[in-house]
Design a protein around this ligand. Structure first.
Ligand SMILES: N[C@@H](CCC(=O)N[C@@H](CS)C(=O)NCC(=O)O)C(=O)O
Length: 324
């Protein structure tokens, strides 16, 4: 694993020394928005009009951030309008790569490139920073629109509505402040909290991450005992952002990232809620459990130096959820 420096690949693991053993996630750098008419969005420049067939997603099925974008592509009827390439689950010294010798790994179906870092240097030959997925690519301008999943799902939520006729709204205007508040806690302590626990290189950094993580799961269990979804009766982006962490928790985070006070199956409401979301139309097809389990255990040499991929608990995501 590594990063690009002035367009050149440098093999280097996360630097936790300068932050007292803490894992600090860097900010995404491509921040343009697709809009219905191509005008500028909340950040970045204009010129990215919603058009069928123009955009492409590079994803990893293992990655919870990329997973959000696949879910929104499915929920919003965008599968015929936005194409996808999926990387190989193993992220090794050259970062994400496009080998096809694993079921579900498609290769780079646009350019036949070998590595995701080549997509970044194609967009910007002087790019410096991490090479992350998801990448939302514009085939027309041959550049990256966005590499920030939180913003990509908001574009997908509405920019293509006149093309698809799908007006389902997971980011309703009147709920935005309330959604933001819930997202902030879940992002910091849970979506990113599992990484902060798992990648911590001091006991203090681990302790500082893992306790707030379980406080949040306890809080969510209580909230979901009184509400069907996080914001009440209406399913919103907050639920989908939570879902991609919940579905990885028992098979990966519990053991690999040492988040082992409880499992999701130990929480009746969280576990039933995870199954309900999994069973919504189009969602199960976005979950590739083999890539999820393989990626983390095989790729993170500093945590799992022998790259042994453990047997998995059997979890029945199709069991009746009984909610509602
Ligand atoms: N802020 C980004 C984070 C994406 C991200 O960190 N993806 C991980 C995979 S789960 C990645 O590609 N990591 C490679 C690296 O950090 O070098 C987003 O949400 O889109």
């Amino acid at each position: 694993m590594g990063l690009l420096v002035d367009g050149k690949w440098v093999d280097q693991w996360y630097d936790t020394k300068s932050s007292g053993g803490k894992f600090v996630r860097s900010a995404s750098q491509f921040r343009n928005w697709i809009t219905p008419d191509g005008s500028a969005g909340l950040s970045g420049s204009n010129g990215f009009k919603a058009e069928s067939g123009r955009y492409h997603l590079y994803v990893s099925y293992a990655c919870p951030w990329a997973h959000r974008t696949l879910i929104f592509r499915a929920l919003k009827g965008l599968t015929d309008h936005i194409t996808v390439s999926a990387v190989h689950p193993d992220m090794l010294d050259q970062g994400w790569h496009f080998a096809t010798d694993d079921q579900g790994a498609t290769g780079d179906t646009l350019y036949g490139l070998g590595h995701a870092h080549s997509i970044y240097s194609k967009a910007d030959p002087t790019y410096s920073g991490r090479v992350t997925v998801p990448i939302l690519w514009d085939k027309q301008r041959e550049t990256i629109v966005s590499n920030e999943s939180a913003e990509i799902i908001r574009m997908f939520n509405s920019a293509f509505d006149t093309i698809t006729g799908n007006t389902d709204d997971y980011w309703p205007e009147t709920e935005r402040d309330a959604i933001e508040e819930v997202n902030a806690r879940i992002y910091d302590t849970l979506n990113n909290g599992v990484y902060k626990s798992g990648f911590a290189t001091t006991q203090a950094a681990y302790d500082a991450a893992v306790h707030p993580l379980f406080d949040t799961l306890d809080w969510l269990e209580d909230r979901l005992s009184q509400n069907r979804y996080l914001m009440g009766d209406k399913l919103t982006e907050a639920d989908w952002r939570l879902f991609t962490t919940l579905i990885r928790f028992d098979p990966v985070y519990h053991l690999h990232f040492k988040c082992n006070r409880n499992r999701i199956v130990d929480y009746p409401n969280l576990w039933a809620y995870t199954r309900e979301l999994y069973q919504m139309p189009g969602v199960a097809e976005t979950v590739n459990m083999a890539h999820i389990v393989r990626h983390y255990h095989y790729s993170h040499e500093s945590i799992n130096p022998h790259r042994i991929v453990p047997i998995n608990p059997h979890l029945d995501y199709d069991a009746p959820h009984g909610r509602g």
